[in-house]
Unconditional design. Structure first.
Length: 333
């Protein structure tokens, strides 16, 4: 049945603020344009950027009202004119540059979707999408990770962190140091292959990193925490080391003394943002293939931490912001 005349449930944000601003509405099912596909959403990804956007603190400002949700997985129910890479009925995982993933249906350009292998569920695919694409592209294209390098992954039990640990290992990292804020989260990182475990809420965590590297420091730090952690990361880099910042949920200052921190030790400080890669479909598809193939063979473990019904999107945000979540958080329409 053609579903374009039906209605659907969708979360709409009419004002910025607390998780309670995520209000569910009954709206028309969206129609497709040229080059687009419509997806019956089986699972929608929840990311920290969603919470920052809801609070009007995200790097890319939005205009009210807006539709939250950057990623979905499900079955294709309609094709726009000119779509060739995807067929009606395909199961796909897709990015939504215009938002709208917290819904029963979503529309997106076909080049931002990938057909799922039968061995990967919709929920699992979301753990491989925003977080997986971020981890793979950050390590391969951003950091240009070299075999044998020492890598420190901040917040290693999070959605991106759990994949950074594994993908760095697959790419030949010499030693992986994982940090997290509790023993339980460190146990998750250990189960995924981390070599050293350090609690970054303890006052001596910097010294423990230095001890773990024999005083040399680390070659690469991957920081999705920001604030004071970001500043401390510079003190644990080895000469010629690189620090990549891909998030600042702590909201603290990330100002750097360029001369003292960078020139004296030839450090590199670099940013990473996934949205820039939306205009590079070849790199996106390469990343998808790496992620799908390694997940299918069991080399890449997928960690779905928690799922919530669509109507409980506010609770999903509350738990995520209070750091009670691990791995990937998803909404089920």
């Amino acid at each position: 049945m053609d579903d374009k005349f039906n209605t659907m449930k969708q979360i709409i944000v009419n004002e910025f603020g607390s998780p309670e601003k995520l209000i569910i509405h009954e709206v028309a099912v969206p129609s497709v344009g040229d080059g687009q596909i419509r997806i019956k959403v089986e699972a929608a990804g929840v990311n920290f950027s969603d919470a920052m956007q809801r609070r009007n603190q995200y790097v890319f400002p939005v205009t009210l009202p807006y539709l939250p949700g950057w990623e979905v997985a499900g079955k294709v129910t309609e094709l726009g004119k000119g779509v060739e890479n995807i067929a009606l009925g395909d199961r796909v995982v897709a990015m939504l540059p215009g938002g709208g993933g917290y819904a029963e249906y979503a529309v997106t350009p076909s080049y931002l979707a990938a057909v799922l292998p039968p061995t990967i569920s919709s929920q699992e695919s979301l753990a491989l999408q925003v977080q997986g694409l971020t981890a793979f592209l950050m390590l391969k294209n951003g950091a240009k990770l070299e075999a044998g390098q020492t890598v420190l992954v901040q917040a290693a039990a999070g959605g991106v962190g759990t994949l950074l640990v594994q993908i760095a290992k697959l790419m030949g990292a010499g030693k992986i140091i994982a940090t997290a804020g509790s023993a339980e989260k460190l146990a998750v990182a250990k189960s995924l292959g981390a070599d050293e475990l350090i609690n970054y809420t303890e006052s001596d965590w910097v010294q423990k990193v230095k001890e773990a590297t024999g005083g040399k420091g680390v070659d690469l730090v991957l920081d999705g925490v920001g604030g004071e952690i970001f500043k401390s990361n510079l003190s644990i880099l080895a000469p010629f080391g690189k620090l990549i910042s891909y998030g600042n949920p702590s909201g603290g200052s990330t100002l750097v003394d360029a001369f003292a921190a960078l020139v004296n030790y030839n450090h590199i400080v670099q940013g990473f943002g996934l949205a820039t890669y939306f205009d590079k479909p070849d790199l996106m598809q390469e990343a998808y293939q790496f992620l799908f193939s390694n997940a299918a063979t069991g080399k890449l473990k997928i960690h779905i931490g928690q799922s919530f019904p669509l109507k409980d999107a506010a609770e999903a945000h509350r738990q995520m912001e209070s750091r009670k979540t691990t791995g990937k958080t998803v909404l089920i329409p």
